[in-house]
Design a protein around this ligand. Structure first.
Ligand SMILES: *Cc1c(COP(=O)(O)O)cnc(C)c1O
Length: 858
């Protein structure tokens, strides 16, 4: 039945409780211990049953309970305190204001950064995320708010979000798609001044699709999300924002058009002057096409000029080291859905498709969103140092003749938001002994030295309480899950007794993708059983959780294998698979387990972040050297499985690494954990816990990460945007024209004469003078930078990890050749070499690599 009228009914609160509404509608409650506690206190049962959703709570709480708390002095005092904390938080003088004096208020310098992501994992009651990428995006917004960055998030609001997982009796993953009720979530509908819904529209083949805009307030940062589930969209279009990563390739392209193109239109409709655009993964790369179109059609720029402005202010973060993880669209689909942009840009179909191709001559190659993003950004990065190395290797063909290590894809190592992932009681402990700024304090802050001031006893008892909390939750959660499935009474009864609150607990939770090898630990059945059970004073148990993508059958098989293993071996008490992994379960596990296990196949884990959350709670990590762990202090803060080897034979690798895992457990982890002093304290284990916190918390923290994005990417991109767009885009036009001229004459450049002051035998630290004559043809010394490139020669006869040295310009000789000179020396002995090269130079370029032009001496 269709309604003839609709109403948006909001909760009715007694006047004295009005502050609750404001608190509920700002996600700051998620990382403020006091506010979260307040909502729990308001109604503990409702807090649990609403999935920790304060808006739903206020909408459904009984009037009687509200009248009760109005009379409760203690409650009111806590509410007023929480309200004041939010007020203070929003007014605080921030890191950003101190770094960018003048930019926030001054008209000319005004700036905003837009952060585009297909998913955001902020809290468990907003299920529009699938895993690590989303949680990272959510933590990015939280830290941007803490730092006071003028950042806005852009995403899609999924009606069904990502699926809820349950298992059938055979241990096979089933998916349920609960409908998100936006009106009872922490969401504001954006409206026009006349009160009507704010809407944007995007053209799709043969029709226009409309979307409305919802906002989640994340501290001071707004996250805007598009929703196409409205009239007059047709039913297919209603579903564009239905499921995260749902549907087929056509649906995927529909979603990415809405995210990228719709996102840019939305920001415009909201009146933002965005000066830096951050594409978190390639899903939002179509935003670049729309930005170019606007500059062409509304500002009268040419295509090269518009592309220059767009690229100079774009930032791209890649998250996958596996080519199969990248979105690829067949050329015909690309032209069918987005061919009209080629016409607007004045490009041929092939030139247009080349924007998404590594090999621009291959007319059958699919259109890659990562390649589009890399070509449309002047700052790109991977998410850990090792992932940076892998990404430079993966995409080096986009910078022909540039040495791999110089390929301009940087690395900014991921982090996690400390106040979101550290258990409440543990936060209070750190607050007390380190001071409240521990959650964002950098590595060199002296407060970290106060770690030793935390009494071992207190840290350990707190941790044991976290373990117990987790076990209690796991039992309840399991019982409920079994009841829903109609399991037998005896099964339900035994679920109430799983795990032992005193036993060393290994945590493993993440997406079930095969490269993460969730079953590596059960490779040798007898050995793992011995470890778990043989010594009754030194038992070991596992808590495992995670979802497989609905279409990932091998991933689902791993889940079933684990559940079969548990049943066949009768290990129901020792090994628990917790269904429906989400942010809430993750937070309990990273606090309540004793050690965090990760066994990806190196180098497939771009970063990994759950191990960082565990470390911040004081858990040592036990992991393969991949992603973030490869750059952590894996000796003092945990254990490394293997030494970072890579193998050709996966079976052999599994054998070696499973054995390394068993050895570490038997010889190191278990003995250290059960080595107790007279007070029953594992002193050496606690030392390791303290190291895990002290050494990892300050670095693998989004406070550090977002500061790094700000300083390395947002500030420079925003400054370039202001520079290039000043005087009606005059500098952008100048730069684009200069580049066109440069490209046209680049290959006329010839390195002619190279004169080295010594023969083939030299000594360490002996000064060698190098002179070169370069024919710059119609270009001049102002357009180029001539560099000497020196380094050791490898077995293949090439210079490896060479170091560039800029040569001094000495003027033109009588034949019109430009001469350059430099003195160098070699500070190590061996077989060394040098070469010369020419790169472009212009003050408005982000780097000499930006025009993708380089000439080497022959
Ligand atoms: C942190 C987190 C992840 C990411 O974990 P990885 O170790 O990077 O795989 C995934 N899902 C949830 C719910 C998380 O909280």
């Amino acid at each position: 039945m269709q309604p003839i009228r609709t109403f948006n009914v909001s909760p009715s609160l007694p006047q004295r409780l009005e502050p609750l509404r404001k608190l509920a509608y700002n996600l700051h409650w998620d990382w403020n211990v006091e506010t979260k506690d307040l909502f729990r206190r308001l109604d503990p049962d409702l807090w649990e049953s609403s999935r920790h959703n304060p808006v739903l709570m206020l909408g459904t709480i009984s009037q009687a309970r509200l009248l009760e708390v109005v009379e409760d002095e203690g409650f009111l005092a806590q509410m007023d305190r929480a309200a004041r904390q939010l007020e203070d938080y929003l007014q605080e003088r921030t890191w950003y204001e101190k770094q960018r004096v003048g930019h926030a208020s001054d008209e000319k310098g005004q700036e905003y950064y837009a952060y585009f992501s297909a998913e955001f994992g902020l809290v468990d009651c907003l299920p529009v995320y699938s895993g690590g990428l989303g949680v990272l995006a959510g933590d990015h917004l939280k830290s941007a708010s803490d730092l006071g960055l003028p950042l806005v998030g852009v995403g899609l609001l999924y009606q069904q979000g990502y699926f809820a997982q349950y298992l059938n009796a055979d241990g096979w993953q089933q998916e349920r798609y609960p409908i998100n009720d936006f009106y009872n979530m922490t969401l504001h509908l954006e409206r026009n001044p006349d009160g009507s819904e704010l809407r944007i529209s995007v053209d799709y083949p043969g029709r226009t699709v409309y979307a409305r805009v919802w906002r989640v307030q994340v501290g001071s940062v707004p996250l805007y999300m598009l929703d196409t589930n409205i009239e007059p969209n047709n039913s297919y279009d209603h579903n564009i924002t239905d499921q995260l990563y749902g549907g087929d390739i056509d649906m995927r392209i529909h979603q990415e058009i809405m995210l990228g193109i719709g996102g840019v239109r939305m920001l415009k409709a909201l009146g933002y002057n965005i000066t830096a655009y951050h594409m978190n993964e390639g899903h939002a790369a179509f935003s670049a096409l729309e930005r170019i179109r606007i500059l062409l059609q509304e500002e009268g720029l040419s295509y090269p000029q518009a592309k220059q402005v767009v690229a100079s202010s774009n930032i791209f973060t890649t998250h996958t080291p596996v080519p199969a993880g990248i979105d690829l669209f067949p050329p015909d689909k690309m032209l069918y859905y987005l061919g009209h942009y080629a016409d607007v840009f004045g490009l041929t179909k092939e030139q247009y498709l080349a924007l998404g191709r590594e090999n621009t001559k291959d007319s059958s190659a699919p259109f890659s969103m990562a390649v589009l993003a890399l070509k449309m950004a002047t700052f790109s990065n991977g998410v850990a140092q090792l992932h940076g190395v892998v990404s430079r290797q993966m995409f080096k063909s986009l910078w022909q003749n540039v040495p791999t290590e110089e390929v301009p894809i940087k690395a900014i190592t991921n982090g996690v938001h400390a106040r979101s992932c550290v258990a409440k009681s543990t936060q209070e402990l750190y607050d007390r002994y380190l001071g409240p700024s521990w959650s964002s304090a950098p590595t060199d802050n002296p407060l970290w030295e106060r770690m030793d001031a935390i009494p071992d006893e207190e840290l350990w008892r707190n941790h044991e309480r976290c373990r117990l909390d987790m076990i209690v939750y796991v039992r309840e959660h399991l019982v409920k899950h079994l009841r829903d499935r109609g399991a037998s009474a005896s099964e339900i009864a035994s679920a109430q007794e799983v795990l032992d609150p005193k036993v060393l607990t290994i945590g493993f939770a993440r997406r079930f993708a095969t490269y993460k090898r969730a079953t590596l630990w059960m490779r040798d059945v007898e050995r793992i059983k011995r470890i778990l059970l043989a010594n009754k004073d030194r038992k070991v148990q596992f808590v495992i959780s995670g979802k497989a993508h609905p279409k990932d059958i091998p991933g689902k098989e791993l889940i079933r294998e684990i559940n079969h293993f548990i049943d066949e071996q009768g290990l129901q008490k020792q090994i628990v698979f917790v269904p429906n992994y989400d942010i809430y379960i993750s937070r309990l596990m990273v606090a309540g387990c004793d050690i965090w296990l990760n066994t990806p196949r190196r180098p497939r884990e771009a970063s990994g972040t759950s191990g960082m959350k565990a470390a911040m709670n004081g858990l040592p990590n036990l992991s393969v050297l991949d992603g973030w762990w490869d750059e952590a202090d894996y000796v003092r803060t945990g254990w490394a499985i293997g030494h970072g080897e890579m193998y050709d034979d996966p079976n052999y690798q599994d054998e070696i690494e499973a054995n390394a895992f068993y050895d570490l457990l038997e010889n190191e982890v278990v003995p250290l954990f059960y080595d107790r002093d007279v007070d029953g304290l594992p002193r050496h284990w606690v030392d390791k816990m303290k190291d895990a916190i002290r050494l990892n918390c300050p670095f693998f923290n989004t406070a550090r990460m977002v500061r790094e994005y700000a300083e390395r990417a947002y500030f420079p991109a925003s400054d370039r945007f202001h520079t290039l767009t000043a005087d009606k885009y005059a500098p952008a036009k100048e730069l684009a024209d200069w580049q066109q001229n440069l490209t046209a004459h680049w290959f006329d450049i010839k390195i002619k004469d190279v004169n080295v002051s010594s023969g083939a035998d030299i000594e360490v630290n002996q000064i060698v003078n190098v002179k070169a004559k370069v024919d710059l043809a119609t270009l001049t010394n102002n357009d180029v930078q001539v560099e000497l490139y020196q380094g050791a020669i490898d077995a293949d006869g090439g210079i490896v990890n060479g170091v560039p040295v800029v040569m001094d310009y000495q003027g033109e000789d009588k034949d019109g050749l430009s001469t350059y000179t430099v003195d160098i020396l070699y500070n190590t002995s061996g077989y060394q070499g040098l070469s010369l090269r020419v790169l472009p130079k212009h003050k408005d370029l982000s780097s000499p690599y930006e025009p993708r032009l380089i000439v080497w001496a022959q």
